[in-house]
Design a binder for this molecule. Structure first.
Ligand code: PMP
Length: 390
C-alpha cells in the first residue's frame, strides 16, 4: 500500500455515526444530506429509462442532451457557458478528484481554505501533493471569515492549485464577489488553477445576487481562465444517492477529461443521467421549494441554539449546516460521542473538517420535519443543564 494511503485518516464523522447507529432513539444530524426522498418525477424518469432498455455506456463526458441541459441551466445562473465545457461526473466528489488528477502532480503545492469537507484535503494527499491550509477564523458571534490578505499571500507562483469550497461545508462561510475578484486576479498573476467547489450555490439565503445563487467564479472568469468548477445534483435536487455531478472547465481541456473519465468510471449511468435531465427541466419547481424549506430549518434551529447558555452559533448565509461551539468543551470528537451516548443527539465533530474547527460541532439542519430540529435542540439543552459546570 502506498504511504499516502496508509496515512489517510478515517472519517471522524463516521467514527461518531458508527458509535451511534445501533442505538435506539438517536436523532442523527451527522451526515450532510436531507432526509427527504428525490422528487417523484425524477425517480420516474430513471425507471422509464431502465424500462426502455437504456442499460449501455454513454459518451465519456455524458449524454450530449444532458451536457446541453447543464450548460443551459448554468448559463441562466451565471451567463453563457458552452456545453463543450461540461463533463458529467459520478457525483461532485468524483468531479473534484478528476479535476485534481488532471491538474496536480505528486509534489505539487496545493493551497486549501479550511475547515472544509475532508474529501477536499484528502484527495490532494492521495495524489501525493504538498498541501498547505489557510484557515478561516470564527468571529465572536460564531460567523466564520476569511483573512483575504493571508490567502493572497499564500498563493505564489509555485502554487499549482487553490481549492475553495463556498458556500462552505461545515461553516456556511460564503465568498463575496470582491473576494472572488481578488483571488481570481492573484491566481491569474501566479498561474495558479482555481478549483471551486460550488455544490451549495443554490442553498443560499441572502438576496444580493441577481440569480439567487451564491456568487460564483463563473460570474467573473473568462472561458479560458484556469478555473474548474465542481457541481452536484445531490443538494439542489435531493439526489445524494444517485451519484451525479458535473465539472465546468476550459474547452481545450475537455478531450483530456474524457480520457480521464474513461479510466476512472468510463461514464455515469445512463438512467441516472436521464433522471438528471428531468431534474434540470423541473429545476424551477424543485430547487426553490427545497431552499425555502432549508431556510425555515435554519431559522428554526439557529435561534434555539443561540438561546442556549454557553453556545455560539451564527445564521450562515449558505449551505445546510449550523456550526456551533459549546463553551468549555474543546475536544469535539469526545463531545460528539458523549452527546450520542448521553443525549441521543448525533452531530459531526468539527475536528473532522480541520484542526481550526476543533471544539466545534456541525449540525445538518436539512430535516423534513421541523419538530426533529426542535427536539434535538431540547436534548442539547437538557444535556447542557445536566452537565453544568459549578
Ligand atoms: N463538496 C462538498 C463541499 C460537499 O459537502 C459534498 C457532499 N457532502 C460534495 C462536494 C460532494 O457531493 P456529491 O459527491 O454527493 O455530489
Amino acid at each position: 500500500m502506498r504511504q499516502a494511503i496508509l496515512d489517510l485518516e478515517e472519517s471522524r464523522i463516521r467514527e461518531v455515526a458508527n458509535a451511534g447507529m445501533g442505538r435506539a432513539g438517536v436523532l442523527a444530524f451527522w451526515f450532510g444530506e436531507s432526509d427527504e426522498v428525490t422528487p417523484e418525477a425524477v425517480r420516474a424518469a430513471a425507471v422509464a429509462s431502465l424500462q426502455a432498455g437504456e442499460t449501455f455506456y454513454s459518451h465519456n463526458l455524458g449524454l450530449p442532451e444532458l451536457r446541453q441541459a447543464v450548460a443551459g441551466y448554468t448559463s441562466v445562473l451565471h451567463g453563457p457557458v458552452d456545453a463543450e465545457r461540461i463533463a458529467i461526473t459520478s457525483g461532485g466528489v468524483n468531479a473534484l478528484m478528476l479535476a485534481m488528477q488532471a491538474l496536480v502532480d505528486a509534489g505539487d503545492e496545493v493551497v486549501a481554505v479550511t475547515p472544509v469537507w475532508p474529501n477536499l484535503t484528502a484527495q490532494p494527499r492521495i495524489l501525493g501533493a504538498r498541501l498547505s491550509c489557510v484557515a478561516l477564523r470564527p468571529r465572536a458571534d460564531g460567523a466564520w471569515t476569511l483573512d483575504l490578505d493571508a490567502l493572497l499571500a499564500a498563493i505564489t507562483p509555485t502554487t499549482r492549485l487553490l481549492v475553495l469550497n463556498a458556500p462552505n461545508n461545515p461553516t456556511g462561510w460564503t465568498l463575496s464577489r470582491t473576494e472572488q475578484q481578488a483571488i481570481l486576479a492573484r491566481c491569474r498573476a501566479t498561474g495558479t488553477w482555481i478549483l471551486a467547489d460550488e455544490v451549495y450555490e443554490r442553498l443560499y439565503y441572502r438576496d444580493d445576487t441577481a440569480s439567487g445563487a451564491a456568487p460564483s467564479f463563473l460570474d467573473l472568469a473568462e472561458a479560458d481562465d484556469r478555473l474548474a468548477v465542481v457541481q452536484s445534483f445531490s443538494k439542489s435536487f435531493l439526489m445524494t444517492g444517485w451519484r451525479l455531478g458535473w465539472l465546468v472547465m476550459p474547452t481545450q481541456m475537455m478531450g483530456h477529461m474524457g480520457k480521464l473519465i474513461e479510466f476512472n468510471t468510463s461514464c455515469a449511468p445512463v438512467f441516472v443521467q436521464r433522471a438528471a435531465q428531468v431534474a434540470l427541466a423541473e429545476a424551477d419547481a424543485i430547487t426553490p421549494r427545497i431552499v425555502a424549506h432549508l431556510r425555515q430549518c435554519r431559522d428554526t434551529l439557529v435561534p434555539l441554539l443561540q438561546g442556549l447558555p454557553g453556545v455560539r452559533a451564527s445564521s450562515a448565509p449558505g449551505g445546510m449546516y449550523a456550526f456551533l461551539r459549546v463553551d468549555g468543551h474543546d475536544d469535539s470528537l469526545a463531545l460528539a460521542k458523549r452527546l450520542v451516548r448521553e443525549a441521543g443527539l448525533g452531530l459531526a465533530p468539527g475536528v473532522a473538517f480541520g484542526s481550526e474547527a476543533e471544539g466545534w460541532l456541525r449540525w445538518c439542519f436539512a430535516s423534513r420535519d421541523l419538530s426533529r430540529l426542535r427536539e434535538g435542540a431540547q436534548r442539547l439543552e437538557r444535556w447542557l443543564h445536566a452537565n453544568r459546570r459549578s
